[in-house]
Design a protein around this ligand. Structure first.
Ligand code: 0PR
Length: 398
């Protein structure tokens, strides 16, 4: 660190220069991210209220009230306007916090259960939760549609199981697990059911309202105890804005840590973070009110239209296919002709950043991915496959 600071102008100049190699969403080349450019209104509001700290909510009761309204609006979208909840740092914190609550409930009942059953497609945050909580994660098989195999879940449930997890919009392919069937199992066995709709929570309700066929995944399934839903993904909010909704407020109250000495007065923290961003909450409130249901429907429909164009384009490239038909704006690319790892490298060499899974590549058709980017990508994709096929022919000729 320098003894004497440099001028703000100089720092700004250096930062611009230093950040030049970062990728930008504006380029349209970030195809594998669940984040996007925050809505302009959210940016403005976020920077205006940076100092608001909901770790000490007594100092910011009005911001806390906006958070309550955000939770209520998201609860309404997810089938329970009376749900309680909190804005977290992201889906990871929401999932870990839900698993902690589930474990505590089971402990309170005097049980020593130590197992969570998740689908094989579960996000890494559940591995983190199991590690932090010192519990076991059992992974249930997927069916051919990449949804969790309910029979396998049923078989894996034992006395040691304290939580089940279903996913509404998987990280890899955006598929939706049969939450209704998981809910039946959870109710039948008295086990906590958490739904990870970190991505799908801001897509599925709007697809449903727009007339798409959407499986039931939210609180309308009686066994669902909590849902993760992240404004900083398809909600267009600035990072950090994840969300955890709980059907029963008591679960929150019983699992909070009391902080008695706060400047704003005694309060309780139900999640990992202490100091947390009030600006992200205010920005989310602004977006929900500004965009309204119609605004989000428009955004989601546009993403779905672009997904469809991409889907058709991929299918037209010889040697490429889709692992499964997209449920939402996430699409996989598989191949029987070229090595998927090599295809990923070739696309990266050309400046495209996709997600890479063992059997396929992943594109998340976020709002920053425009039609012109898709057309450009499709033509490069075809070219990349040709390049790899040509290399293979040359290699085998020797
Ligand atoms: N649940 C699901 C279903 C997710 O897909 C993710 C993140 C999480 C929970 C955790 O959310 P946070 O990252 O907010 O804690 N899914 C993305 C992924 O792993 C995160 C991401 C975002 C990755 C942007 C890359 C990227 O550029 O793919």
């Amino acid at each position: 660190m320098k003894l004497r600071g440099v001028s703000a102008k100089e720092v700004l100049r250096e930062i611009e220069e230093r950040l030049i190699s970062d990728m930008s969403y504006h380029s349209g080349r970030i195809l594998g991210s669940m984040c996007t450019i925050p809505h302009p209104l959210a940016r403005k509001i976020f920077s205006k209220y940076l100092e608001k700290n909901l770790g000490d909510p007594g100092l910011f009761p009005a911001t806390l009230q906006l958070e309550k309204e955000v939770i209520s609006m998201m609860g309404e979208l997810l089938g329970s306007p009376n749900a309680s909840g909190i804005i977290t740092s992201g889906g990871t914190e929401a999932n870990i916090s839900a698993m902690r609550i589930a474990r505590n409930i089971s402990r309170k009942k005097g049980k020593k259960s130590k197992t969570i059953i998740v689908p094989e497609s579960a996000h890494a945050s559940f591995d983190k939760a199991a590690d932090l909580l010192d519990v076991k994660l059992v992974k249930a098989r997927l069916d051919e549609e990449y949804r969790v195999d309910v029979d396998d879940v049923q078989e894996k449930v034992t006395d040691d199981t304290f939580a089940l997890v279903g996913i509404a919009g998987t990280t890899a392919l955006g598929t939706v697990d049969p939450i209704d069937a998981l809910s039946d199992i959870a109710e039948d066995k008295g086990i906590y059911l958490h739904v990870d709709a970190a991505f799908g929570g801001f897509v599925l309700p709007f697809l449903d309202k727009a007339g798409f066929k959407v499986p039931s995944f939210d609180f309308r399934n009686e066994g669902v105890c909590s849902i993760t839903v992240d404004p900083h993904k398809m909600g267009m909010a600035p990072i950090p804005a994840g969300g955890l909704l709980l059907r029963d407020e008591k679960l929150f109250i019983d699992n909070s840590f009391e902080i008695p000495y706060l400047a704003g007065g005694k309060n309780s923290h139900p999640i990992i973070l202490g100091t947390r961003s009030g600006a992200a909450v205010i920005a989310t409130w602004a977006l929900l009110n500004h965009l309204g249901i119609e605004g989000y429907i428009r955004i989601v429909k546009r993403c779905m239209k672009n997904t469809e164009i991409l889907e058709k384009g991929i299918q037209r490239v010889d040697g490429l296919g889709l692992p499964v038909k997209p449920t939402m704006n996430i699409i996989g690319i598989s191949s029987n002709a070229v090595d998927i790892c090599k295809l990923d490298l070739e696309l990266r060499r050309r400046g495209w950043a996709l997600g890479k899974f063992p059997e396929f590549l992943r594109i998340v058709v976020m709002p920053h991915v425009k039609r012109r980017h898709i057309m450009e990508f499709l033509s490069e994709l075809e070219d990349a496959v040709q390049t790899l096929l040509a290399k293979r022919t040359v290699t085998s000729a020797f």
